[in-house]
Every structure is written in structure tokens, then in C-alpha cells.
Design a protein around this ligand. Structure first.
Ligand SMILES: Cc1cc2nc3c(=O)[nH]c(=O)nc-3n(C[C@H](O)[C@H](O)[C@H](O)COP(=O)(O)O)c2cc1C
Length: 178
């Protein structure tokens, strides 16, 4: 099974990319690939810009998603919403293929330094993604990233770590049934 993951952010120090990388570590028997949205830089979307051409990077991102059997996506949050970098790439992709996520089973995550852990952004994704081919199987939010996550140990609080591990296990079981 090929597992493709990405943090929904263009920050070069994205904690959601870090968290996605950690999540991919829970798929030791599978081929995993972590995408960086900075490898798919697209101009700011507008219908005027679209008339000129659709950037190859949007096509490349969709091609990558096509390669996946399952997706792991961690939502970053700016002002209680998706980050502009992710939304922009998503908008371009949606113009090429409405079913951006191509019905691939998805483990949807989020994290932020705050106590709500970017759950606004995750909730919007939960509502919106299904209309764009998102097949969300499980979700998990990690609050207070800098307190609750260590680069070598991963999720530090035992209760949160166990919840995360159970979430991933349930996700894998569901995927096996599909
Ligand atoms: C403009 C701006 C708005 C933000 N708004 C929120 C917010 O609404 N909720 C939240 O949890 N964190 C918010 N943050 C903090 C981000 O969660 C934090 O910068 C995080 O590192 C972003 O994820 P990333 O590192 O994966 O890009 C905001 C940060 C910025 C710069």
C-alpha cells in the first residue's frame, strides 16, 4: 500500500508536516511518501490567471495524490481557517479535477500550538473534503504541539499517544476492509 502524506501548509518549518511525518512512521509495512507543498508552488489563483494557463505544479500534486492508496493530511490553521498556501493549491487542483482527493481513504489530522489544535481547520476540511473526493475515515487533533510533541519521542502525554495509536489502528483496519 502506498501512503502519501502532507501538512496543509507552506511553512518551511510546518509543525503539521512534522506531525504528518510522525504519523507516516505508523505505517512500517507500507511505502510512504511525505510531500512538501513548497514543491508545488502555484501563483495566487484568479480566473484571470486561470485563463492564461493552469500551473503544471497543480497537475503534479494531483498526480501524486493519484499514486496514493491512502492519504494522511494534517491541517494547519490561520485565523480559524485553512492556510492560504493550502487553499490556493486546493483551488487550482479543484479546477482540474473536482474530486481532488479521488476518494482515497484519508486519515485527517490537525495540530497547532494552541489548546484547540487547529480543530477549526480540521472541521472545515471534514465538512468540505467529501464534496471533493475526500473519503475521511478517521480524524485526530493534537493540541499544544510544542508541549505535547517531542521530535524523538513523538506524542508525549500517554493518554493522547494512546488515542492517536488507536485512531491509526482503526484507520488501518477500515482500509483493509475496502
Ligand atoms: C496569521 C496567523 C493566524 C493564526 N491563527 C491561528 C488560529 O486561528 N488557530 C490556531 O490554532 N493557530 C493559529 N495560528 C498559529 C498556527 O497554528 C501556527 O503558526 C502553526 O505553526 C501553523 O501550522 P504550520 O506550522 O503547520 O504551518 C496562527 C498563525 C498565524 C501566523
Amino acid at each position: 500500500m502506498k501512503v502519501i502524506g502532507f501538512g496543509a501548509s507552506i511553512s518551511t518549518t510546518s509543525i503539521n508536516k512534522t506531525f504528518t511525518s510522525y504519523a507516516l512512521g505508523f505505517f512500517p509495512e507500507d511505502e510512504v511518501e511525505l510531500l512538501d507543498l513548497n514543491d508545488f508552488t502555484v501563483p495566487l489563483f484568479s480566473v484571470d490567471c486561470e485563463r492564461e494557463n493552469c500551473p503544471v505544479e497543480a497537475k503534479a500534486f494531483l498526480t501524486k495524490l493519484k499514486e496514493a492508496d491512502v492519504l494522511v493530511c494534517s491541517m494547519a490553521e490561520h485565523n480559524r481557517n485553512w492556510t492560504v498556501g493550502f487553499k490556493n493549491l486546493f483551488d487550482w487542483c479543484s479546477r482540474l479535477e473536482l474530486k481532488v482527493f479521488q476518494e482515497k481513504p484519508m486519515l485527517l489530522l490537525s495540530t497547532s500550538p494552541g489548546g484547540y489544535g487547529a480543530q477549526n481547520s480540521l472541521n472545515i476540511a471534514k465538512t468540505i473534503f467529501p464534496a471533493f473526493g475526500g473519503n475521511i475515515i478517521e480524524t485526530f487533533t493534537l493540541p499544544k504541539f510544542h508541549e505535547n510533541f517531542d521530535a524523538t519521542k513523538g506524542i508525549i502525554p500517554e493518554d493522547l499517544r494512546e488515542t492517536f495509536e488507536h485512531t491509526v489502528e482503526r484507520f488501518k483496519q477500515e482500509v483493509r476492509k475496502i
